[in-house]
Design a protein around this ligand. Structure first.
Ligand SMILES: Cc1ncc(COP(=O)(O)O)c(C=O)c1O
Length: 466
């Protein structure tokens, strides 16, 4: 499909009709790009054509069909390094099932010892929070750096203190998201250099940042970067990546070996030799037929232009924020509240908010879901697997959480009531390449339904998860 030369914003908008026509054909207003991007039709066509016209075998062998597949796998690896401007002398691209798989690889193999530190921001996806369990099991100490409401940015006075409070010969790991999947806040990439200059390894979660921002690894050199490709270009699912500095990789201690990760292993002698490079971290058979779609997807983003995508999403984010900020009840009271920055500087196209009743109470997010369904709008409600950002947004104290155990037999609704949460979470709308002003107009009409809303119905379904 011809999209060569796509440049200014208006040309990106044309893609809605050429590459993403199914959104309008099916009458969907899709506003969950932080959940998953949309694939362009040309990506699918090119991938399917490749599979139709070729014969591919499992890449773990040397026969002709295997060799053909191996070549495409290595081509995909090179394409990923090129896209992120990562020098192959410095970085390895390790394919994983998703960003979580990349984070787990680091967590389970990071050489934490007693006295080492794992430092992370409150604002993190649970797949980063979970690394603390590996740190704990190995006797390292976990410390969280808080965010500050209402912008939900990290306290920039506090962070340098934490980063400089390190001594001796330790392995210390600092993890943060380049962009919050909750509030859209973009945390400074300068922290990478600062942390490394104090001896920290840096684990950058770029899952929410990379789809609409340039991540240039010739400029910044985080030790580990985690990504999911479906968040960048929708297809394929099931493939992510750990971009890792070779130097940092050498320090990881894999807890096991498996098929695909070794050159040789014996049974009668308990010995094995790890494979060099990325394969040492790629357990079992790669999702090999999908890997060529990674290169195709990256090429699509390159043709559209990541800078153009960034500008397009930023402009629409400004409109979305304006709709929410100006939403008022007849009394003049605000009908919505935003969790995170209200302007477009140092933030991405992910907006967390709640609608408000006239007296300031939060509109139950389950009702928001119900109304959104009626408008054929796909957005997200809950805490988006980022409890730390939610705890700050809803001013939930540590004492509240420590005092309120999730008792046996309790439902999530019982728990929400027991600890006095104002709601079961926030509402999240997020934008991507196919988003356009018509989506935002439909969103604005949907938002109007909450103006002067007195009460929500009492037949809302029970909450099943956060
Ligand atoms: C910032 C961030 N990190 C990590 C993840 C986990 O990604 P995945 O579920 O693809 O492993 C997500 C997914 O929403 C995310 O937004």
């Amino acid at each position: 499909m011809a999209i060569a030369g796509v440049g200014p914003e208006t040309e990106i908008e044309q893609l809605r009709a050429t590459e993403f026509a199914r959104l309008d054909a099916c009458d969907h207003v899709y506003l969950d790009y932080t959940g998953a991007a949309m694939y362009a039709e040309s990506q699918l066509a090119e991938h399917v054509e490749l599979l139709r016209a070729s014969v591919f075998g499992n890449p773990h062998s040397v026969n002709p069909t295997s060799a053909a597949m191996t070549e495409l796998v290595e081509q995909a690896r090179d394409a990923v390094l090129r896209f992120f401007r990562a020098s192959p002398d410095e970085y390895e691209a390790i394919f994983t099932p998703n960003a979580t798989g990349a984070l787990r690889l680091v967590g389970e193999a990071y050489p934490f010892r007693r006295g080492d530190r794992f430092l992370l921001t409150f604002d993190n996806h649970n797949s980063v929070n979970g690394v603390r369990e590996f740190a704990r099991a190995r006797g390292a100490e976990t410390t969280y750096v808080p965010s500050v409401a209402p912008e939900l940015r990290v306290d920039e006075e506090l962070l340098p203190r934490y980063l400089t409070e390190v001594g001796g010969d330790h392995h210390n790991l600092f993890a943060y998201p380049a962009q919050s999947n909750f509030s859209g806040v973009q945390h400074p990439l300068d922290w990478i250099d600062t942390a490394q200059s104090h001896g920290w390894h840096v684990l950058l979660d770029a899952a929410a940042f990379a789809p609409t921002n340039r991540l240039d690894l010739s400029h910044r050199h985080p030790d580990f970067v985690a990504l999911s490709f479906y968040k960048l270009f929708g297809w394929p699912t099931g493939v992510g990546c750990l971009l890792a500095r070779r130097e940092a990789l050498e320090q990881l201690e894999r807890p096991w070996f498996s098929g695909g990760t070794i050159v040789a292993a014996f049974v009668q002698r308990e010995w094995y030799q790890s494979a060099p490079g990325a394969p040492r971290f790629e357990d079992g058979t790669l999702d090999f037929l999908n890997l060529p779609a990674v290169e195709i997807g990256l090429r699509f983003l390159e043709r559209v232009g990541i800078e153009q995508i960034h500008a397009h999403v930023q402009a629409l984010t400004g409109d979305l924020l304006a709709t929410l900020c100006t939403l008022r009840h007849a009394s003049g009271e605000p009908a919505a509240t935003i969790y995170g920055p209200c302007d477009t500087s140092a933030r991405g196209g992910t907006v967390a908010f709640n609608f408000l009743h006239k007296d300031g109470r939060i509109v139950d997010e389950r009702y928001v879901d119900r109304v959104a369904r009626r408008h054929r709008i796909s957005l997200r409600t809950g805490c988006f697997c980022n409890p730390g950002a939610g705890e700050v947004a809803f001013t939930i104290s540590r004492e509240t959480l420590v005092g309120g155990e999730f008792g046996a037999g309790m439902s999530l609704d019982d728990y929400v009531a027991a600890i006095g949460l104002p709601s079961g979470g926030a509402v999240r709308a997020s934008l991507g390449v196919p988003s356009n002003r018509a989506d935002l107009e439909r969103f604005a009409a949907f938002a109007q339904e909450f103006v002067d809303l007195a009460e929500t119905p009492d037949d809302l379904p029970p909450r099943v998860g956060c």
